[in-house]
Design a protein around this ligand. Structure first.
Ligand SMILES: [Zn+2]
Length: 121
């Protein structure tokens, strides 16, 4: 297993995801350095005002894009943790080695192909 290549790939993806998250978050200056802040801001009185409806809908679509990016970032971080812990490449379910080609295509895969198939059912 060429962990270094995969680690590099994951680190690169992490940087890209952080950059993308930064792009989404700039729409809300308050959230610039804290992605979670956008969720907390949901309770702001300004969003109860109907005149702000358009802004809220833009805000909503940002939230879903941001949510996806955050999930991906979480996967990448978890994969990097597994490399650190030496458990990378092992199926979380059956503990078998995950196929190399599968990991190269998707370094954040947590399950071997067999378990992934079962999981999808
Ligand atoms: Zn498995």
């Amino acid at each position: 297993m060429q962990d270094n290549n995969i680690k590099e790939k994951l680190e690169k993806e992490k940087q890209q995801l952080k950059k993308s998250l930064g792009d989404v978050a700039t729409k809300d200056p308050k959230a610039k350095h804290d992605y979670d802040a956008k969720f907390k801001n949901f309770g702001d009185p300004i969003f109860d005002n109907t005149a702000e409806a358009a802004e809220v809908s833009l805000y909503d679509s940002n939230l879903s894009v941001e949510g996806n990016l955050e999930l991906k970032l979480k996967d990448v971080n978890e994969a990097l943790d597994r490399i650190k812990e030496g458990t990378f490449g092992k199926c979380e379910n059956c503990n078998k080695e995950i196929d190399k080609a599968r990991l190269e295509a998707n370094p954040t895969a947590k399950l071997c192909i067999d378990c992934a198939k079962i999981n999808k059912k």
